[in-house]
Design a protein. Structure first.
Length: 186
């Protein structure tokens, strides 16, 4: 039986397909690396005199919320919006964490980067036990100054009792994030 010469020589189509698959895989790996680098919170000087501590925000009830009142105890600061599905999804977990850990000195504050009327309507449907401040668009600048380079939501900053930043988290929180902070924040 004669060998078919075409059967023993790799086809150009297969070579081209393998080349394209390799290039696609390399591009995917590069894209994932870039995304991880880009969405990783930036380092912020671990300075307890950060301008955050001097700010005030209006509450949904119309009062003022001074950030200085949170200094001296561990603080979880969460930036969120009503139109952000992961933000809305993590709020009940954060609320349960606050109710369980507030007697032990752990504080939680949510700053809404949203329209005040939307936040008020949302909180009527889903009340939260911890304080909520209305940061509006200025909240984006504040989040950036705390390490949120891309301005994405949700974004959480974990402060230690001395007012220094322990960790920042871009994206939805997990129960493990809260457990680690509770154990490390004091």
């Amino acid at each position: 039986m004669k060998d078919n010469r075409m059967m023993t020589i790799p086809s150009q189509g297969a070579e081209r397909r393998n080349l394209l698959l390799g290039a696609g895989a390399a591009a995917a790996v590069a894209g994932v690396g870039l995304a991880l680098w880009r969405f990783d919170p930036e380092e912020v000087p671990n300075d307890v005199s950060h301008p955050f501590w001097g700010q005030q925000f209006e509450t949904t009830a119309g009062g003022n919320l001074s950030m200085m009142q949170f200094k001296g105890k561990p603080l979880l600061l969460n930036f969120w919006a009503t139109w952000c599905p992961p933000c809305v999804e993590e709020l009940p977990m954060i609320d349960a964490f606050w109710r369980e850990n507030n007697p032990n000195g752990h504080q939680v504050l949510a700053l809404a980067i949203d329209q005040p009327s939307a936040v008020r309507r949302f909180l009527e449907r889903q009340p939260l036990s911890f304080p909520v401040g209305l940061a509006g668009l200025e909240g984006t600048s504040l989040a950036k100054s705390l390490g949120n380079a891309v301005g994405g939501l949700p974004f959480t900053v974990f402060f230690k009792a001395d007012g220094s930043i322990w960790r920042q988290k871009m994206g939805q929180l997990t129960a493990d994030d809260l457990t680690q902070w509770r154990q490390s924040a004091v």
